[in-house]
Design a protein around this ligand. Sequence first.
Ligand SMILES: Cc1ncc(COP(=O)(O)O)c(C=O)c1O
Length: 384
Amino acid sequence: MQFRTRAIHIGQEADPQTGAVVPPLHLASTFVQPGAGQWGQYDYSRSGNPTRKAFETTLSSLEGGAGALAFATGMAAMHCVVASLRSGDHVVAGRDIYGGAYRLLHKVADRAGITVTLADTTDLGKLEEAFTPNTRMLWLESPGNPLMSITDIAACAEIAHRRGALVGVDSTFATPVLTRPLELGADVVMHSATKYIGGHSDAMGGALVVRDKKLLDELYFLQNATGAIMGPLESFLCSRGLKTLELRVREQCRTAQRLAEWLASHSRVARVLYPGLPGHRGHAIARRQMDGAFGAMMSFEIRGDFAAAKRLVESTRLFQLAVSLGAVESLIEQPASMSHASYDAADRARHGIADGLIRLSVGLEAPEDLQADLEQALASLCIA
Ligand SMILES: Cc1ncc(COP(=O)(O)O)c(C=O)c1O
């Protein structure tokens, strides 16, 4: 079955009791047992819930895993992977990773005696130098945030496996529509389901999809032991989101490509960071690694300072000023004052996050309306 068909049918069978074509929302926290000391398929909703199971089954099919686990948030999903490490273990992580992942590795994992080295995962030589005999995990994101860096997942997985480390990929930006890291050699894929999977800015969730049953069982043990599961309502909404994931993502990518090309030729724009532009560093890898499109996230730098960028993000009307991404509504933000404000200015400059950098999450509105919105915002700038 094709991706789109699996998204609608795998794990989403009609309810055998009523014939309802949409599997019901099971809110029960506990389940009647066949006898004392005898366990049915479900016993307690932290350990397993039919609505959560349905979502996990569909997502696992879309990523090509041995199984999936659904969590309360993306960070809870990543935390479960980190909890599988032990004191003395070392992690290599990409430089261009989500700020919350950086915080989890540097300010939470360190309390358990885990050490972290950030490496440029787009430079395989540098990446290899970051490994130590204690490296147990490589953590990647592609495209990266907010510079849209492209990492060659298969090449990085080969290095990590040669060094005996697991490979985890936060694939929130790419979604399984565009990239399936398990097929490229990764061991675990993580999603913030809050983003494209939910797709409508109305549910928080996270997920892991795991290649190997032994690791899946270990992560399931940790999920059940620590308890940050996805609730039934969110599971229901995320299953619904998966059914339209491919249509949404492909359409959002089409609009993003059009806007990126238009912005790249705009006189008030200094540069556009979008993997679908032939001049983007990593474009050739993205062509190979991403399935026919380049995502709906992009950043661009205006010819102007911090204040001008701030004015621009405050003057769009359709692009709403908010963090998060991946939903039907288009969003705009200024990394220097919002998602990356916790970096000091020198660190931001070192990471290539200029004061004039603006990040877009392109939604499902008509492309001409989005272009007109950006045009009026750019025109309203009075750049010295
Ligand atoms: C790439 C990426 N990974 C992980 C997360 C964290 O997900 P959540 O907010 O669902 O915990 C985010 C949230 O913005 C993200 O953008």
